[in-house]
Design a protein around this ligand. Structure first.
Ligand code: ADP
Ligand code: MG
Length: 888
């Protein structure tokens, strides 16, 4: 007070009229707030040691005191300013806006208009609005979400949390078997004295556990078994372990892992065997112990992250090191060893192994997990009938949904083993009106939940469509949390998506500390592949990224599209695992009923089949039209694939595999890429070409692009009336997210420069290049080098002869050529379509007459709801090689 009085006196003395107004300069205001904050922080610091409730109470008291104090000051100031006449309302200090960001500024202005406090003095005090805003932001959320007794407060406050989202509670998804206690008869409630024992205890609480013996019996009795159980019941992590415990990994052929003869073998696991060792001309027969015959159990996952994460978990449960007894194998990354007995892998990997070993002789059991996802590779594996060649191979097909009959029918009425799941009832809430910006709506909903519900109550899971969106959401949440001040409990943000570094993946499974809440931002991966315990709230915007393919134009794209009803229900079910849950759908009940398909279209019906056709051909399957597909792809798509392979000279005119085709099939890459590699043999530039192929395989995560808010704005405002995913024309109504720009020569130069620096990390930092992606590219490159050897292509460098490189690229990518038009756009040759070069590509100024591109990508612009406005389509040329003429 003294200070303020002095301040006023001084200003008075200076004779400024302004000074009578209680407006301080922005700097002064900031300083005052900073000081007040510092004061408060000191106090709170000492309070932190006390319980949270006490701390909040004390803080409340302090606030009141402060308010009283500020009111006094205000009165004082007012007295001084009476003679100055006009008295403005106080502005919120700019500093606050800075903290809260643009959105809050907007919201604040709405709030301040409506804010009418009977106590005028309080209204005028420089801090009142800020405080009130803070209070009400929290209070308001209470009104909408909190328990009934808080409802009465709504009359007292006129505040509107502007983008408050209103939900209508619709249905309650019934719980299943919730009152049936988990079978705990075998669980001794003794305190587990080590993490390992704790894990063993946990294993016994899974819904799967009581059915262990029945399951083993069923596996024993039948060769093919369909297993159905709710997500999280323990199918993926437990079944392979049960089978291992029951000895399935020990059967089959011998594996000559020798133990010194003098060592005593552990019972049962080793057996004596005579072997013949020869060295030079000397050969000697020896009697040694051989590790008991073992064959691994393979378990496929539709996603890389799932394979890695589940393998990590199982290795913990078994108390072994990841990569030893338990390992995973995904494309370009093999984390297994000779010892591996439980092998988690992507279905694509199993398909590739099948190409090399059609009887899968090295496996005792194959479990095709998440079969309901109906990925391309799973479908093909089914069509190949992998169990047909070996009566002793057990085939388990596990699914989280009830379409099991279909699998059973397909496999000659294979028996279905149902694991009664446990699911608590889930309340479903829909929005009143469609949400224009689902990302923003998701964030607001999450914060509403967070501020209104006690932190220990349960975690939040938000389904988003991809990495970019997840990162944006993370930023927005962090930003807004800051704006909410210190009153709310800690919110731990855990992203999970395919490219998330392994170290960070484990974070989502860490138990939430007391007093905090976890919000998991996940892609579809959390729908059924990964189960995160402790989720009580699910926020479902209703979208996922989906591959789609138009056989007419040959264009394949990854688009954000509405999910199916089946997916929506799976997502909702994630909230009812450990107790009654709530699912907030950011779309209306009408949308759900009328706009969502019942089931997701199987991938095989919406993808480019060239790769599959090449694989099948290399397996000797010629009659593709009569191949036993579970859901046959459109004939047109098959023909397109055959046509492309013929054009690439992988097939001859009789549709038989050529030598080129056989070589191409060895590479786990798309046919155009593998053709490019095979062609590099002729042009003597395989060294350069595999670098390019490796860089392309890393995808669009090479350049590091610091984020700004733009991305948020760029996010597609999606419309539900997008139509059938398979129908490309309908999808064109929406303009999509642009991803990134890469050019043949740029990626090549990036790689070769990096190699010149001897793979320096520092160099990457300096050039805004993601080290991790580069390392991955290097790994992939090494593997491609190995494959070159296998198809007998010599590793040759053409000393950066760009003509040769371009020829090799064009041998693979000529179907992707486009010619410049007068108006500056391009026209694709094969399926005439006008496409534009994305402005950010840097190509706009050069515009070569001909280009070959790697991919066409639809780009995003804001899409206005209800306004069906067909903007000219913008496509992004990911890669142009003609421009190399100008640049190289
Ligand atoms: P299902 O395959 O039937 O959906 P899972 O076997 O994947 O079920 O999961 C069983 C349990 O194991 C779940 O409670 C899940 O939380 C836990 N779990 C699975 N993977 C991990 C992991 N990587 N870290 C921690 N817990 C995990
Ligand atoms: Mg699973």
């Amino acid at each position: 007070r003294e200070e303020l009085e002095r301040h006023i006196r001084e200003r008075d003395a200076a004779g400024t009229r302004k000074l009578a107004e209680p407006k301080l300069t922005r700097k002064e205001e900031e300083e005052a707030i900073r000081r007040a904050d510092a004061l408060e922080q000191d106090d709170i610091g000492s309070l932190r040691k006390v319980s949270r409730r006490e701390y909040l109470k004390k803080r409340e008291q302090k606030k009141l005191e402060e308010l009283r104090y500020k009111k006094e000051i205000y009165e004082l100031v007012k007295k001084r300013s009476e003679d100055t006449g006009d008295m403005d309302e106080y502005r919120i200090p700019d500093a606050y806006d800075l903290e809260g960001g643009v959105n809050q500024e907007k919201r604040f202005s709405v709030a301040s208009q409506r804010y009418r406090d009977p106590d005028a003095a309080e209204k005028m005090n420089p801090f009142a609005e800020q405080e009130a805003w803070e209070e009400h932001q929290i209070g308001k959320a209470n009104l909408k979400f909190g328990s009934k007794d808080r409802k009465s407060r709504s009359d007292d406050y006129q505040f509107v949390f502007e983008d408050q989202i209103e939900f209508i509670k619709a249905a309650v998804m019934d719980g299943v078997n919730v009152d049936q206690e988990p079978s705990t008869d075998s669980i001794e409630k003794t305190m587990a004295n080590s993490a390992f024992e704790k894990l063993q205890e946990d294993r016994k609480t899974l819904p799967m556990y009581p059915y262990r013996d029945d399951l083993l019996q069923a596996v024993n009795d039948h060769q093919v078994l369909v297993i159905v159980g709710e997500t999280g019941s323990g199918k993926t992590t437990q079944i392979p372990q049960y089978l291992h415990e029951a000895g399935y990994t020990k059967r089959g052929k011998a594996s000559p892992i020798a133990l010194a003869a003098s060592e005593e073998p552990q019972e049962g696991e080793y057996r004596r065997q005579n072997i013949c060792l020869s060295q030079g001309h000397v050969s000697q027969e020896m009697n040694i112990w051989v590790l008991g015959t073992f064959l691994p159990i393979g378990c496929t996952q539709p996603r890389r992250v799932a394979a890695m994460s589940v393998a990590a978990r199982v290795s913990q449960e078994m108390g072994v090191k990841l990569g030893h007894e338990v390992g995973y194998s995904i494309r370009f990354e093999d984390c297994t060893s000779e010892k591996t007995i439980l092998k988690y892998m992507t279905d694509g990997m199993l398909l590739r192994e099948f190409l090399g070993e059609p009887d899968l002789a090295s496996y005792s059991v194959i479990m095709v997990d998440e079969a309901h996802e109906r990925t391309l590779s799973t479908d093909i594996l089914f069509g190949l009938d992998i169990s047909r060649f070996r009566p002793d191979l057990k085939l388990l097909i596990s699914s989280a949904t009830l379409d099991a009959e279909k699998f059973s029918d397909y496999f000659d009425c294979a028996p279905i083993f149902k694991i009664p799941g446990r699911r608590f009832p889930v309340e479903i809430h829909y929005t009143k009106a469609p949400e224009a910006d689902y990302l923003d709506a998701a964030v607001v909903t999450a914060l509403q939940i967070h501020v209104t519900q006690p932190p220990g109550d349960g975690d939040i899971l938000i389904f988003l469509t991809g990495q970019e969106e997840i990162e944006t959401a993370e930023e927005i949440i962090k930003h807004r949390i800051k704006g909410l001040g210190t009153k709310i409990a800690e919110l731990i943000i855990c992203p999970i998506y395919a490219n998330l570094p392994t170290e960070l993946q484990a974070k989502i499974f860490e138990p939430t500390p007391e007093g905090a809440r976890k919000v998991v931002l996940a892609t579809n991966i959390a729908e059924t592949s990964l189960t995160i315990d402790g989720i009580k709230y699910v926020i479902d915007p209703g979208f996922s990224k989906m591959k789609s393919y138009n056989p007419r134009t040959g264009m394949e794209s990854l688009l954000v599209a509405p999910i199916s009803k089946a997916s929506a229900n799976q997502r909702a079910g994630r909230s009812g695992r450990t107790g009654p849950g709530k699912c907030f759908r950011l779309y209306t009940a009408y949308n759900y009923m009328n706009d969502l398909e019942d089931n997701t279209v199987p991938e095989i019906q919406r993808t480019n089949l060239a790769n599959v056709v090449l694989s099948l051909k290399s397996l000797g399957i010629h009659d593709l039209l009569n191949f036993d597909f579970m859901d046959p792809p459109p004939a047109e798509a098959l023909l397109k694939a055959l046509e492309l392979l013929f054009a690439l000279s992988a097939l001859n005119k009789l549709g038989e595999l050529t030598k080129v085709g056989r070589r191409m099939a060895e590479f786990p890459l798309d046919p155009m890429l593998s053709k490019m590699i095979v062609a590099s043999d002729k042009y003597k530039c395989s060294d350069e070409i595999i670098s390019i192929a490796a860089m392309l395989s890393v995808g669009n995560s090479i350049f590091y692009r610091p984020k700004d808010k733009q991305v948020h704005a760029d996010n597609a405002r999606m419309n539900f009336h997008v139509g059938n995913v398979g129908d490309h024309i309908a999808l064109l109504k929406v303009r999509f997210l642009m991803i990134t720009t890469l050019f043949w020569h740029i990626i090549f130069l990036v790689y070769s420069s990096w190699r010149e620096t001897n793979f320096s990390t520092q160099w990457c930092y300096e050039n805004y290049i993601q080290v991790r992606s580069m390392k991955r590219a290097r790994d992939i490159r090494d593997q491609l080098e190995g494959l070159l050897e296998r198809v007998e292509i010599e590793l040759t460098s053409n000393d950066n002869d760009y003509e040769a490189i371009k020829k090799a690229i064009t041998s693979g990518f000529f179907p992707h050529s486009a010619k410049l038009q007068k108006n500056g756009s391009y026209r694709t040759i094969k399926h005439p379509q006008t496409v534009n070069v994305h402005p950010s590509s840097g190509l706009a100024q050069v515009l070569p007459r001909w280009v070959v591109y790697h991919e066409l990508v639809l780009t995003t612009k804001e899409y206005m709801r209800q306004v069906v406005h067909l903007f000219p389509l913008i496509f992004l040329f990911l890669i142009s090689f003609s421009v190399t003429l100008a640049v190289m």
